[in-house]
Design a protein around this ligand. Structure first.
Ligand code: 5AD
Ligand code: SF4
Length: 474
């Protein structure tokens, strides 16, 4: 082992919640790598453990506190052997409850919010220099500086990568903590985004998902000095060699513009997939949520997307049991799902978040009623996902391969509609199914090379979560 390898340290980051947190985790790994930290898959014997947390719902927050208990045991074990383990809580729980964490969990060394992790080198120097003597809390909101300080090296990535273009939210839906934990809406300059896209492509990315809490509210400074919309940015990315697929998430119905809808019609790299949370099908509840749109305006927006791109796969988020939600309100949500037909959708029981206006509302819905409604909506959504996936069986789909599982001889990838596809590589399976010709006999060096390629796949079966198929070999 070289001296350098011997002195490298083990870093474990656990990511909770949304894709924005996954993006932030990758950037924290990039920042810590030059300081000697290599990312690992578990916390055992780690030199640094970071919990990159989510505050959006009660469940996610509770999980952080129970995980911290386990990390404490690992830290104590390491210290008994004379070692050190720096424990940090990052992300939105840190932002919202930093002081509570520091007073409740004496073994936590650092607490920092989502906008300050670019200051990790200084924080790490302080904490490792005077280990045990100092604890750090850093929950400022300098979003611009965060993006200005991201590492500029080519990014090591899989074929599918996230690129954060916008952060924060000014919408103030009454149930949501995001405006408080992530701060005001901020759009990165287009030139920075295009430069990061080039680095992602150089690192192997082919399918790029643009991220933002309100991604379609994007209004960044364009390369020509004017203000660019999300559609304008997509147009520029469309022209970059190396990018095959473009997606964006999460959008707000009020920020859907005609040029964005047209992008789905005119830009071949913009995938036929849209996640557009509606939260409820009842105007009364939408008003109480401060969503600033109606059920009808959502239907109209969906119609426009479907006219522009008839095969578009739709996804949404729903909150079940918001204060004041009656059987009739819920029935309107259910009917909306029936009427639209989603390829996928996520539904959550409402949970009161401290500091949000809805946390003070009366007329709470009973937990057992919430459970019943959730179950009924989820079973409808599952049926819709399954029938959406089944409509692709016995057809050819184009799959960007993102993983090879050697023991199982299985490839994994995604379709343009964002469906997960499992591809069984056993030649006998292919023959038995009589779907595609037998794969080349020298199969072993082949599969790993297929990662990052977009290949035709014949689908053989489908379930709620995924398609199954075999490679179409020319
Ligand atoms: N309770 C339940 N679900 C929530 N979400 C946001 N806040 C809450 C809450 N207090 C859901 C919304 C949002 C998704 C990311 O999480 O549906 O779109
Ligand atoms: Fe939260 Fe509403 Fe902003 Fe989405 S639009 S992040 S739900 S406040």
């Amino acid at each position: 082992m070289s001296a350098n390898a011997a002195t490298r340290k083990k870093l474990y980051i656990k990511t909770y919640g949304c894709q924005m947190n996954s993006y932030d985790t990758k950037r924290m790994e990039d920042i810590l790598r030059p300081l000697g930290y290599d990312a690992a898959q578990d916390a055992v014997n780690a030199d640094m453990v970071i919990l990159n947390t989510c505050h959006i719902r009660e469940k996610a927050t509770d999980k952080v506190f129970s995980d911290l208990g386990r990390i404490r045991l690992l830290k104590t074990a390491k210290e008994k052997q004379g070692g050190q383990m720096v424990v940090a809580v990052a992300g939105c729980v840190a932002q919202a409850e930093g002081d509570v964490i520091l007073s409740r969990a004496r073994y936590v060394d650092m607490v920092f919010g989502p906008q300050t992790y670019y200051q990790l080198p200084e924080m790490v120097a302080k904490i490792t220099g005077a280990y045990g003597a100092e604890r750090i809390i850093n929950t400022d909101f300098p979003i611009e500086e965060k993006f200005d300080h991201l590492p500029q090296e080519n990014q090591v990535t899989g074929p599918a990568a996230f690129l954060s273009i916008q952060e924060g939210c000014d919408k103030f839906c009454t149930f949501c903590v995001v405006p408080y934990t992530r701060g005001a809406e901020y759009s990165r300059a287009a030139s920075d985004i295009l430069a990061e896209a080039a680095r992602l492509i150089a690192g192997g990315a082919r399918d790029i998902t643009l991220l933002g809490q309100n991604v379609n509210a994007y209004h960044g400074r364009g390369s020509d000095g004017s203000v660019w919309s999300l559609a304008r940015l997509l147009q520029e990315l469309q022209n970059m060699d190396g990018i095959e697929r473009l997606r964006y998430t999460t959008s707000h119905p009020c920020d859907v513009t005609d040029d964005l809808i047209a992008a789905h019609r005119d830009l071949p790299k913009v995938m036929p997939y849209l996640h557009l949370p509606v939260q409820s099908g009842s105007d009364k509840i939408l008003k109480a949520m401060n969503r600033k749109h109606t059920a009808q305006s959502y239907f109209d927006t969906i119609d426009k997307f479907r006219t522009a791109r008839p095969d578009i796969a739709l996804s949404s988020d729903f909150i079940i049991g918001f204060p004041g939600e009656t059987d009739d309100d819920f029935a309107q949500t259910y009917q909306m799902v029936e009427q639209i037909g989603f390829a996928a959708a996520y539904s959550f029981k409402y949970s009161a978040r401290p500091g949000t206006p809805a946390a003070n509302m009366q007329n709470l819905v009973r937990e057992d009623v919430k459970d019943q409604r959730l179950q009924s909506l989820q079973s409808l959504i599952q049926k819709q996902s399954e029938s959406f996936n089944q409509s692709f069986v016995n057809s050819q789909v184009s799959v960007l391969i993102d993983d090879f599982n050697a023991p199982e001889m299985r490839l994994h990838g995604r379709t343009p509609h964002n469906q997960s596809v499992h591809i069984n590589l056993k030649p006998s399976d292919n023959v038995a199914g009589n779907i595609s010709p037998t794969l080349p006999s020298a199969i072993s060096p082949l599969p790993q090379r297929l990662v990052g390629q977009t290949l035709p796949v014949r689908t053989t079966s489908a379930g709620v979560m995924a398609l199954h198929g075999s490679l179409v070999v020319a």
